[in-house]
Ligand binder design. Structure first.
Ligand code: B16
Ligand code: MG
Length: 225
């Protein structure tokens, strides 16, 4: 097995739970447009860029709109989304994420964020994690959205590792597909049935033991407290 040196984490749904905020903002926008939108529909937007998300919603509602209105709607959605994001605090980091990140940090594992979100830095800043990662690749830096592996390949490149030496943690179908396509070891966080294509799957960080990382190929010098 190849020795592992790095991990790329998706942000929304892995480090923080902003999926609910996306849901409220998209649902309110869809309502205004007279389009039905429920939590199951929202599942299909996870990991998908803002532009692609709005295209999908309009497609579901059989609506086509001029480009300037499209831009305006994206701005409107983002404004509402940010009103929730700006209330976030360090307490909003998902349970058991912090001890895992700290353990990996003391063991000198290189870590990056690989997110489709253009609001990545703002979210990380609000929860106090902006300085923890060695690289941040977000929706501003990449041109191809997940399931294209660009975001993770750029992350591996920034961390100076080969995809084979790197794990990707993801909560979305599109994100796991992207990680697999890039040649990474994919770790799904969430429902094992939904993320059946991930190499490993855990419902949350609490389920991940030290032994998982060593079995995956990391060599640690310091143990978990
Ligand atoms: P924004 P991730 C993704 O983040 C979300 O899962 C997805 O629902 C959202 O549409 C996308 O970011 C774009 O976000 O509107 O903030 O640019 O899961 O890749 O961290
Ligand atoms: Mg996600």
């Amino acid at each position: 097995m190849t020795e592992k040196k790095a991990i790329i984490f998706d942000l929304d749904g892995v480090i923080v739970d902003t999926a609910t905020f996306h849901f409220y903002a998209w649902r309110n926008l869809a309502r205004k447009l007279g389009i039905d939108f429920n939590e199951k529909d929202n599942e299909q937007l996870k990991g998908v860029s803002r532009v692609e998300s709005l295209k999908k919603i309009l497609e579901w509602g059989n609506k086509s709109i001029p480009d300037d209105e499209f831009e305006q709607l994206m701005e409107e959605k983002n404004r509402e989304y940010l009103s929730y994001v700006d209330q976030m605090q360090p307490e909003d980091i998902l349970p058991d994420v912090m001890p895992t990140l700290e353990f990996l940090k003391v063991n000198k594992v290189r870590m990056a964020i690989g997110s489709a979100s253009k609001n990545t830095k703002r979210i990380l800043n609000n929860v106090g994690l902006l300085d923890l990662f060695d690289a941040i690749v977000d929706g501003i830096k990449v041109t191809k959205a997940k399931p294209d592996p660009e975001v993770f390949l750029t992350g591996a490149n920034n961390l100076n590792v080969d995809p084979k030496e790197c794990l990707v943690f993801e909560d979305s179908i599109a994100g796991v597909t992207a990680a697999n396509a890039g040649g990474f070891l994919s770790v799904g966080i969430g429902d094992a049935e939904t993320l059946h294509h991930a190499h490993h799957c855990f419902s949350d960080f609490n389920e991940i033991g030290n032994d998982f990382f060593t079995k995956a190929g990391f060599q640690f010098t310091k143990s978990k407290n």
